[in-house]
Design a protein around this ligand. Structure first.
Ligand code: SF4
Length: 335
């Protein structure tokens, strides 16, 4: 049995259920890093290249935390997840593509890295191939690997369905991995009459990481806001928006943010949109401007972007968010 380290950031928020079940079924132990802390960010800043965006620096910090605790670090090279077509030649952002090398050469004493290439757009059943490669590294048998992959797909589907039912990842993970009693409590907690509905869009590792966005989601929850994110939009609704723009972006997560936001713009019950963007993110320099233009052109929904970096402070974000919500309430009450 091997100990496999998974950093609690980047693709964790989308694909953790799959890999957790896959490794469990193969008889290995998954070791997850703790939620991001100041210490993790500081460690990441120390070892990452200077011009990396904050999420990549945070990822480095999570790896530092795991380095001495695990036999392997799971850091797949994420290239593409869906077939080329409507999305052109979409891939993950270049920083994802070079992540295994950044980690290997940037951090001392890093354990063996499982850096299989995940390019699901290239042919059918690529996920089985990827799982087979991972299982082989760990010494598992082909039949075992196939069964584990099947079981993992079922759990991943369940997780995505929960997101589409408008549960946040934290709640969906609790429901997938905890007992029914706790799951019922989550349902109860989630049934409230929100005063406003706000779409919070951005890369999952920016909007769901409480430390790097300085508690944005909690600030909104305390203001009696229902939070919706692009991960709650199903593929079919998201894909309907593709035809409304002349061209897609090159990057997977950017396309999800753009088409998810366009869906919310047209949905008819959204009071405001907050785009969480990361300092030093190349793709976001285009995504943020595009969203601002499209939000203005297509609707009168208020739009605000919040940029996060190593120096973001809770007071600054809170003040801006409260002012944004006050403005929405003022406009609503005036009409
Ligand atoms: S998309 Fe932006 S924030 Fe995400 S890893 Fe790439 S550069 Fe960093």
């Amino acid at each position: 049995m091997a100990k496999i380290g998974i950093p609690r950031t980047l693709a964790y928020f989308n694909y953790y259920p799959f890999w957790k079940i896959f490794f469990d079924e193969l008889g290995h132990e998954v070791v997850l890093s703790t939620p991001t802390t100041k210490g993790i960010l500081d460690d990441g800043v120390k070892v990452a290249v200077n011009d990396a965006c904050i999420p990549i620096k945070v990822y480095h910090g999570h790896v530092v935390e795991l380095a001495n605790k695990v036999d392997y670090l799971f850091c797949p090279r994420l290239v593409s997840l869906r077939k080329f077509g409507d999305f052109g030649t979409e891939t993950f952002c270049p920083k994802f593509l070079g992540l295994p090398e950044m980690i290997r050469y940037g951090i001392e004493n890093v354990p063996e890295i499982i850096d299989v290439r995940v390019n699901l757009g290239s042919a059918k059943k690529q996920i089985d191939k990827v799982c087979y490669e991972v299982g082989q590294i760990l010494g598992n048998l082909p039949n075992q690997i196939l069964q584990a992959s099947k079981k993992a797909s079922v759990i991943q589907k369940k997780y995505e369905e929960l997101l589409h039912q408008e549960f946040l990842p934290e709640q969906a993970l609790d429901k997938v991995f905890t007992n029914k009693k706790k799951a019922k409590k989550i349902d109860k907690k989630d049934k409230f009459e929100p005063e406003l509905k706000i779409a919070v869009v951005g890369y999952p590792y920016a909007i769901y990481d409480n430390y790097i966005n300085v508690g944005l989601l909690n600030i909104l929850k305390n203001e009696n806001v229902k939070i919706l994110t692009q991960d709650m939009v199903n593929d079919s609704d998201m894909n309907k928006q593709i035809r409304t723009l002349p061209k897609s972006m090159f990057w997977y997560y950017s396309n999800r943010v753009i088409y998810g936001t366009l869906h919310f713009i047209h949905r008819g019950d959204i009071d405001g949109i907050i785009h969480v963007t990361a300092f030093a993110c190349g793709p976001d320099s285009m995504v943020d401007r595009l969203l601002e233009i499209e939000a203005r052109k297509r609707s009168s929904i208020p739009y605000m972007s919040v940029m996060i970096d190593e120096h973001s402070a809770e007071a600054g974000v809170r003040t801006r968010v409260e002012a944004f919500l006050d403005m929405i309430r003022y406009r609503r009450d005036k009409n």
